[in-house]
Design a protein. Structure first.
Length: 336
């Protein structure tokens, strides 16, 4: 059976972009067609300034929302990355086959480091090396596919390069995975800046719909969305990024195609109203299930405990084999 791995980083509250671009696909499709692992990748949240308590709260919230979205812990493995030591163990081995140049070419590193340097600051070393940790997340489980938004495809390509290089140098150790992108709403954009991704860690939230926003808040944000010059409602990412973003969101909510909605609406206002109602209805069952799960914290703890146990059982043989392949002695009690 195909194995897939994907994760969510607890650096902010999950957004409509996270849901339409990834989580809904995980729940409705991926967990039913494959051996699926979904992780709260909390180690990645440490690459920037953070409040420890907030990281813990967001980790629990993200795990709860995955379950609320329909991911079944009896069908898929749901766990917290830091609960499985093999991620960090393998990350160091992969750093030993990665190059400095590869790391510095990563788009997110270049963007974030440039912003910090412009402010007279600096970035943490872990921001430079975290794509290697992401590669370890994937390769430890022998994942065949990695469902990601298009902004993460570069990191999966790095993962493939590191797997191939390790296999060539030290013997066949890893499955070489491939990235899988959803066809619609792979990259939902900010409602106030439709040229930028709807990111959960943005400081300003006026253009971001969070999964736990109240219905009236969702409506207000979408009705205030930035549109474009002119009045024609057509799907054209270059000429009409604001309208196109709304069309993509509406199409994703209804299971349609944004091109098919071109010309259907006579005004931006009508498009915004329908999009707002579609989003409210889409998120209603997720929010209701989230409330139920929050009322039973022991259930979440048990899900994460069992998930980590299962994940360790899958990853340890692969990582142990990689340690032997690269030339490290096994622990004395394991030596033959």
């Amino acid at each position: 059976m195909t194995r897939i791995f994907s994760g969510v980083k607890p650096t902010g509250h999950l957004t409509l972009g996270n849901y339409l671009g990834a989580v809904r696909q995980w729940a409705e499709v991926d967990q039913h067609r494959a051996d699926a692992l979904f992780s709260i990748v909390d180690l990645h949240a440490l690459t920037v300034e953070h409040d420890p308590g907030r990281v813990r709260r967001l980790s629990r919230q993200a795990a709860t929302l995955l379950l609320a979205a329909g991911i079944d812990p009896e069908r898929a493995t749901v766990f917290v990355q830091s609960h499985v030591d093999e991620h960090a163990r393998l990350s160091y081995l992969l750093e030993c086959v990665a190059t400095d140049g590869e790391m510095r070419r990563m788009i997110q590193y270049k963007e974030k480091s440039a912003r910090e340097q412009a402010r007279g600051g600096s970035v943490r070393l872990s921001l430079l090396t975290y794509p290697v940790l992401m590669a370890a997340d994937i390769l430890a489980y022998g994942a065949d596919e990695v469902p990601v938004g298009d902004d993460q495809t570069q990191h999966v390509e790095l993962t493939r390069d590191l797997a191939v290089r390790f296999n060539q140098r030290y013997g066949q150790s890893f499955v070489v995975p491939r990235a899988v992108n959803p066809k619609v709403a792979a990259r939902v954009m900010d409602l106030q800046d439709p040229t930028s991704k709807m990111g959960k860690s943005h400081e300003a939230g006026a253009g971001i719909v969070y999964l736990l926003d109240e219905p009236d808040v969702i409506r207000k944000k979408i009705l205030r969305a930035v549109t474009d010059s002119g009045s024609e409602v057509v799907y054209d990412r270059e000429a009409k990024p604001g309208v196109s973003n709304l069309l993509e969101i509406l199409a994703a909510c209804e299971g349609g195609n944004p091109d098919g909605l071109s010309g259907v609406y006579e005004s931006y206002g009508a498009l915004k109203k329908d999009t707002a109602e579609a989003v409210v209805e889409l998120l209603r069952p997720v929010q209701e299930r989230h409330k139920e799960l929050v009322a039973d914290p022991a259930y979440l703890e048990e899900v994460l405990r069992r998930g980590a146990e299962r994940a360790r059982g899958m990853s340890k043989p692969t990582v142990d084999a990689a340690y032997r392949a690269i030339g490290l002695l096994p622990p004395v009690n394991e030596a033959r």
